[in-house]
Design a protein. Structure first.
Length: 211
């Protein structure tokens, strides 16, 4: 086999592996399927769901059930099952982790790419004086869309600096006081792909390596 043929064969093998790593579709999250009732979710997870302390409102949705200690990609999450306020049926699964690090988020992305292939979109918002830095990767399948989001609340807003302390413009930003009550966060969201209202903010672009 010539060198050119070997290169072509290797390239084809890599492309086939990349295609194989990305499933044709994702039906939901775990045993959950979009449109399930609370009773159906309880049956699907064989009694492993726990009741939240009250009804958690999310603006057009609510959560009363959660699955604790969900380990994925080296990160531990609490999964909230968000039900549509009008129909009482599942419209999104939100997985929230506690304190996070960039390295932990990188490990999570590795796990997601191993299960779902390369992401379709990347969304990045620079740090400003009021809002957290947001970095998000999005996988879009016919049935389900997946969001992996990293939030860093180290901002220059009143919430992260002592308002009584004079601001010295010569002082590097990283030396300023951080609010330890507003740490970095990692979120995972799974929702029906037909719900454009759940896609989130604009400002996304095609991810490098997207199909």
């Amino acid at each position: 086999m010539s060198a050119r043929a070997r290169v072509l064969a290797l390239t084809l093998a890599v492309l086939l592996l990349a295609a194989a790593a990305r499933p044709a579709d994702v039906a939901g999250w775990g045993a959950a399927r979009w449109g399930m009732t609370a009773g159906e979710l309880g049956d699907a997870f064989a009694g492993r769901l726990e009741a939240l302390p009250g009804r958690w409102e999310y603006g057009g949705a609510y959560a009363e059930l959660a699955l604790p200690e969900v380990a994925y990609g080296g990160v531990r999450f609490l999964a909230h099952f968000q039900m549509n306020a009008g129909t009482g049926r599942l419209q999104q699964v939100l997985l929230q982790a506690g304190r996070a690090t960039p390295a932990g988020f990188a490990g999570l992305l590795d796990a997601l790419e191993g299960d779902y292939g390369a992401p379709d979109l990347v969304c990045e918002e620079p740090l400003n004086r009021r809002d957290p830095m947001r970095l998000e990767y999005v996988w879009i399948f016919p049935t389900t869309t997946i969001h992996a989001t990293f939030l860093d609340f180290d901002t220059d807003s009143v919430f992260s600096e002592d308002p009584n302390r004079p601001h010295d413009p010569r002082r590097p930003r990283y030396e300023r006081r951080r609010n330890l009550d507003l740490p970095r966060r990692v979120l995972l969201r799974f929702h029906p792909s037909g719900r454009a209202d759940l896609m989130g903010r604009d400002g996304c672009r095609a991810a490098s390596g997207a199909p």
